[in-house]
Design a binder for this molecule. Structure first.
Ligand SMILES: [Zn+2]
Length: 443
């Protein structure tokens, strides 16, 4: 090769390296090398008793070993992190979030859904996602977002641009015209939806709406089977919306594409219709009765209680942020929620953790564990399993996340002290690892 060609070749190589560094996505954030975590306790998320003086060995993005210090071999050259009197657990899973947009009651919203540009709401979503991750939630199930903004956030996180949890998104929530998943209270034409934005009536439109959400990346389908607390309109909170036939078509259509359906349902009747139609989970379940609980248990239908949403809207009603019928609905649903989780637990309904964040502040999600114990009477261990293994199982992701088990992704968090004796510890996460990458460490 003559000298000139050689020089050109060097220039080409140097330039292409610079281009690939500046233009390409950062790439999925993955841990590298061997890391050993040591803590006074390890709760593996399966419901098994805590391991005392526990050790977890991680290689790159996967868990290689877990057990008591006396039986786990520490690989030479490993980076060892001593967490002391802390409890290691699998990364938490919030099964009900609204990660895109403003939080309910944000005074900057100016009282209108239509004031903020969509791009602005997505940017807020990035901040919400980071707060959620830093609170120990390494995975979320996002139940409804406009414009497939949940898919945008998921892509940005997965390509490594921004920190955030693993996102399983539903796209637009499916609902009847004028129902809880619709935008109400505006003059005709301003907020008319169609199957693309999730507003669908009758079996054919419902099928089209499912197909459309899946076409643009929905990992699951969310629907409103009953009226809700926050929607404008005159319907009582528990009023049924979709018929059995519509819900059945939705479940069948989703199933063909390997997707599950989850139903927002407050009223006892709506819960039963959705459960019979084959949804994977019921969200809120405020007015669940014995018959509904037995039906859910028999069908293996999960309840995602969202007690924080109940507590949150109750406060907003008492502070006059919510007024009129919305305030009345908030107070009655919150009162009922204090019983419904107890009824579910007594009837052995599987429980998965969910907060309805967006109704509550992103990053405060861990408080739901406290309410599951204090309102629902669950044991701290059962609440932890609801927020780890059960969350993963409901997502159909139990083979890769949800427990500290060999071969699973290294999604691991820690709280100081022992959450089995003080559940409030779950609200103070001091260590966060997702996919083997450390996002938070105690000082
Ligand atoms: Zn919700």
């Amino acid at each position: 090769m003559n000298r000139l060609l050689g020089t050109i070749a060097v220039i080409v190589i140097v330039t292409s390296t610079i281009i690939s560094q500046n233009v390409g996505a950062p790439g999925e954030r993955k841990g590298s090398g061997t890391v050993v975590l040591k803590a006074a306790r390890v709760i593996d998320g399966t419901g098994a008793a805590a391991i005392t003086n526990g050790v977890v060995v991680i290689l790159d993005d996967k868990i290689m070993a877990v057990g008591p210090a006396s039986s786990v071999r520490i690989p030479s050259g490993a980076k060892v992190i001593e967490l002391g009197d802390a409890t290691l657990m699998p990364g938490f899973i919030d099964g009900h979030t609204h990660i895109v947009g403003r939080v309910l009651g944000d005074p900057e919203a100016g009282g209108s859904t239509f004031r903020d540009p969509d791009s602005f709401l997505t940017l807020l979503g990035a901040r919400n996602a980071e707060r959620t991750l830093m609170a120990g939630f390494t995975t979320i199930r996002n139940l409804g977002a406009p414009n497939f903004d949940d898919m945008t956030l998921k892509r940005a996180i997965n390509e490594g641009w921004i920190p955030g949890p693993r996102i399983y998104g539903a796209g637009h929530s499916l609902g009847i015209t004028g129902g809880h998943c619709d935008e109400n209270g505006f003059k005709p034409g301003v907020a008319d939806g169609d199957f693309k934005t999730g507003i669908a009536d009758g079996v054919d439109q419902v099928r089209a709406a499912v197909r459309y959400q899946i076409k643009y990346g929905a990992d699951l389908i969310k629907t409103c089977a009953t009226a809700g607390v926050l929607s404008e309109g005159t319907a009582a909170v528990g009023t049924t919306q979709y018929t059995y036939e519509e819900l059945k078509a939705m479940v069948d259509e989703a199933k063909k594409a390997g997707r599950k359906v989850t139903a927002h349902a407050h009223g006892a009747e709506g819960i039963k219709i959705a459960t019979r139609a084959g949804v994977a989970s019921i969200e809120h379940g405020s007015f669940l009765d014995e018959e509904g609980a037995k039906l859910m248990a028999a069908n293996g239908t999960y309840l995602v209680p969202t007690l924080m949403a109940g507590e949150g809207v109750e406060k907003l009603a008492k502070n006059n942020v919510l007024r009129g019928l919305r305030a009345e609905k908030a107070l009655s649903a919150a009162a009922a929620m204090r019983n419904s989780l107890k009824i579910a637990v007594a009837n052995k309904v599987p429980i998965a953790f969910g907060t309805d964040s967006g109704v509550i502040l992103h990053g405060t999600n861990g408080h739901e564990f406290t309410l599951m114990v204090e309102w629902g009477g669950m044991s701290p261990m059962d609440a932890i399993v609801a927020g780890t293994l059960n969350g993963a199982t409901l997502l159909g992701a139990e083979k890769t996340i949800g427990t500290i088990s060999v071969g699973k992704f290294a999604d691991i968090v820690a709280v100081p002290g022992n959450p089995l004796t003080d559940i409030k510890r779950m609200e103070n996460v001091t260590f966060v690892m997702k996919n083997g990458v450390m996002y938070k460490q105690p000082n």
